[in-house]
Design a protein around this ligand. Structure first.
Ligand code: URA
Length: 241
């Protein structure tokens, strides 16, 4: 048995204070009956019967968000010298233990997930689970050609001994491409490009597993994953939601 306000706060309906207010306003029902006692105890079986504003509540033990990271911010929650992505996390989600899943460089844009589910984070980052991350990149230097596609597809070792696992390079033209990798090594895309004589001028992550960056999410905007996105992500990571 767990308190109603705690269940809702944990599921992202707001801070404990905001959730208490929501309950007080009569917006929360259990099996069609309004509950105004924030401390009302809910059993595991009746959790599915909670509704908020007339819609079945989405109840989870963890929260996962998608941020469209703009350039100019480091992937950290605090830093003495640099602007961090923490400023995009609204107040009501700041004390939920959210941490970024993996890292995007300061000048990289695009899809960054944040979660308070350590296992989910581990599976997305670890090469063992083979979760795809897709990037859009613009390079300068030599134009890409078919040989690069083959080299990346086979995986390769650089002169300094770094090994890159097989990756999919899809060319748009000689300087623009999509690159899909299944690991998350430090500066991975930039180093892969560099080892074939190119410099990455622009980099944006557009997909993780089959979760695509929401085109309506402006740089700096964040939102919770939808129920469907969440289910698909957990399935891809072979985890139960
Ligand atoms: N690879 C990079 O080089 N930089 C990033 O930010 C992400 C992947």
């Amino acid at each position: 048995m767990e308190r109603l306000d705690k269940i809702l706060a944990k599921s992202g309906y707001g801070t404990r204070k905001e959730v208490k207010q929501l309950i007080k306003e009569g917006r929360v029902e259990l099996a069609g009956k309004v509950i105004i006692d924030a401390g009302f105890k809910i059993s595991a079986q009746s959790i599915k019967q909670i509704s908020v504003d007339g819609n079945q509540a989405e109840i989870h033990d963890s929260l996962t968000f998608m941020l469209n990271k703009p350039s100019g911010f480091i992937t950290a929650l605090s830093d003495a010298r640099h602007d961090t992505i923490a400023e995009f996390i609204p107040q009501k989600w700041q004390n939920k233990g959210l941490v970024p899943i993996g890292r995007l460089d300061k000048d990289t844009e695009g899809l960054l997930l944040l979660t308070n589910d350590g296992q989910l984070s581990h599976r997305i980052c670890s090469p063992k689970w083979g979760i795809e991350k897709e990037y859009y990149l613009i390079t300068q230097g030599r134009p890409f050609d078919r040989q690069d596609i083959e080299k990346f597809a086979q995986g390769f070792k650089t002169l300094d001994g770094t090994e890159f696992k097989p990756a999919k390079l899809k060319l748009i033209d000689g300087f623009e491409a999509y690159l899909t990798v299944c690991e998350g090594q430090y500066h991975q895309v930039k180093r892969m490009a560099k080892s074939t004589g190119r410099e990455v001028k622009y980099l944006k992550r557009i997909r993780i597993a089959d979760l695509v960056l929401d085109p309506d999410l402006q740089p700096g905007e964040i939102r919770m994953l939808t129920k469907d996105e969440r289910t698909r992500l957990y399935l891809a990571c072979r985890l139960m939601d």
